[in-house]
Design a protein. Structure first.
Length: 118
C-alpha cells in the first residue's frame, strides 16, 4: 500500500498550490480520502474530505472557499487545490485513505511540506 503526495513547496501569501496524492496497493474507489495537515507544535487536523464516489465533500472552516478537494478514481489520485494561501496554512500536508469494512482501516502518506511566506 502506498500513498505518495506531491506538489508541496514554497509560495508567497495569496498564491496557489495543487497537491496530488497517488494511491496504489488497495481498491482506491472504495475508500474515502482526506487531506490533513500538521503545523509545528500543533495537532494534526483534517483539512478536507471526500467520499469514495465523490458525492459528499467537507472542509475545515479555516479553508472553506479557498481549498478544493477532488478525486479521479480512474487515476487512483486525490487532489487538493489551494488558493489564496495564507502563512497560517504552512504545514506538512498528509493524504489519508479510510474505509469501514468489518472494522476501521486507514492508510497515510508520508506528507509534503507547504510553506507560505508573508
Amino acid at each position: 500500500v502506498q500513498l505518495v503526495e506531491s506538489g508541496g513547496g514554497l509560495v508567497h501569501a495569496g498564491g496557489s498550490l495543487r497537491l496530488s496524492c497517488a494511491a496504489s496497493g488497495f481498491t482506491f474507489s472504495r475508500f474515502a480520502m482526506s487531506w490533513y495537515r500538521q503545523a509545528p507544535g500543533k495537532e494534526r487536523e483534517q483539512v478536507a474530505g471526500i467520499t469514495s464516489a465523490g458525492g459528499s465533500i467537507h472542509y475545515a472552516d479555516s479553508v472553506k472557499g479557498r481549498f478544493t478537494i477532488s478525486r479521479d478514481n480512474a487515476k487512483n489520485t486525490v487532489y487538493l487545490q489551494m488558493n489564496s494561501l495564507k502563512p497560517e496554512d504552512t504545514a506538512v500536508y498528509y493524504c489519508n485513505a479510510a474505509v469501514f469494512l468489518s472494522g476501521f482501516l486507514d492508510y497515510w502518506g508520508q506528507g509534503t511540506q507547504v510553506t507560505v511566506s508573508s
